[in-house]
Design a protein around this ligand. Structure first.
Ligand SMILES: Nc1ncnc2c1ncn2[C@@H]1O[C@H](COP(=O)(O)OP(=O)(O)OP(=O)(O)O)[C@@H](O)[C@H]1O
Length: 292
């Protein structure tokens, strides 16, 4: 079954206020997508339309050409994992997995339990007795063990410590290699998670800023380091994202590809060129001065 995701001119309104405006993009099945945007950019609103938690105020979302809203067959193929509050939940991990497996056809209980052990989750405790980070790790167990063809993980790392997040990232990549599917990861931890993304979608103030594959996106920026005067001369007229200076050495990030001629000039001037990070680009593209 082809389960490509298509957003077509999607807008989401809350009481007449537009949180998402006219967003279109398509996500071919089987890849890991990073969805980035600042607080309030509209990520959860967009994802909740895909997960059929709400309908768009205009436009449409389809999966494999079908509208998922109130489409029971299609809903079995989607998992939307977010920061669920378990404060009233007295079930334990295993029985929760068993309940989920009844309505998620791809759910693998053994894999879920294996993950729970890797995350050191206590199988004998009620969910409400788990710490915040443990509850997040439990959500990740559900997201991965569901093996849904379309899996949405909306800021699922909240409260998880760094080693636990590492387990999450490693397991995600390993399970993706075994059972390829579409993952959409919404995150603020850009520098930590960027290596997971095959494609990146950035939204800002409800609008799509870009959708591009990770490699070509990061190849669009360059860092230039060298003697301050030489750097200043070289970057004249370029789109500068960030400047750092230590003594007489200056390091500058620019956005835009350098021509072959510029590369030769930079080398002649003794300047060091390097890649820039997705986080640098993200900060630039969603800064206040940026207008899409
Ligand atoms: N139920 C709601 N009623 C009214 N406004 C809402 C509602 N949910 C979200 N909004 C507004 O819609 C906008 C987008 O919110 P959304 O939660 O989609 O952003 P986000 O990118 O997920 O943010 P964050 O990274 O902070 O979680 C915000 O201005 C928010 O205040």
């Amino acid at each position: 079954m082809n389960l490509d995701v298509q957003f077509d001119r999607v807008s989401v309104e809350y009481g007449g206020v537009e949180a998402v405006r006219d967003v279109s993009f398509s996500l071919p099945a089987g890849k890991i997508y990073g969805l980035l945007g600042r607080n309030g950019a509209g990520k959860t609103s967009l994802l909740s339309v895909l997960a059929s938690y709400r309908t768009p105020s205009s436009g449409s979302v389809t999966i494999g050409g079908e509208v998922p809203f109130e489409n029971a067959n299609m809903m079995k193929e989607i998992s939307f994992i977010y920061d669920v509050d378990y404060k009233d939940e007295s079930d334990k991990i295993k029985s929760t997995f068993e309940s989920i497996a009844r309505y998620r056809p791809h759910f693998d209980i053994d894999y879920g339990l294996e993950l729970a052990r890797k995350f050191n989750l206590p199988l004998n405790k009620q969910l409400k007795q788990l710490s915040k980070g443990m509850q997040s790790a439990f959500n990740v167990c559900i997201g991965l063990a569901s093996r849904s063809p379309v899996t949405i993980l909306d800021e699922v790392y909240l409260g998880m410590d760094a080693p636990t997040r590492e387990i999450f990232y490693r397991e995600l990549l390993e399970d993706q290699a075994r059972h390829p599917r579409t993952f959409i990861l919404s995150t603020h931890l850009v520098s930590e998670m960027d290596y997971l993304f095959e494609e990146v979608i950035i939204i800002h103030k409800g609008r799509l800023v870009l959708h591009e594959d990770y490699e070509s996106l990061t190849s669009r920026g360059v860092s230039i380091t060298g003697m301050a005067a030489k750097v200043d001369e070289f970057i004249r007229g370029m789109n500068v994202l960030n400047v750092q200076q230590l003594g007489s050495t200056k390091s500058v990030m620019i956005y835009g590809e350098l021509s072959e001629e510029s590369l030769i000039t930079a080398r002649r001037a003794g300047l060091e060129l390097g890649p820039i990070s997705l986080q640098d680009l993200f900060i630039h593209l969603t800064g206040e001065e940026y207008t899409a």
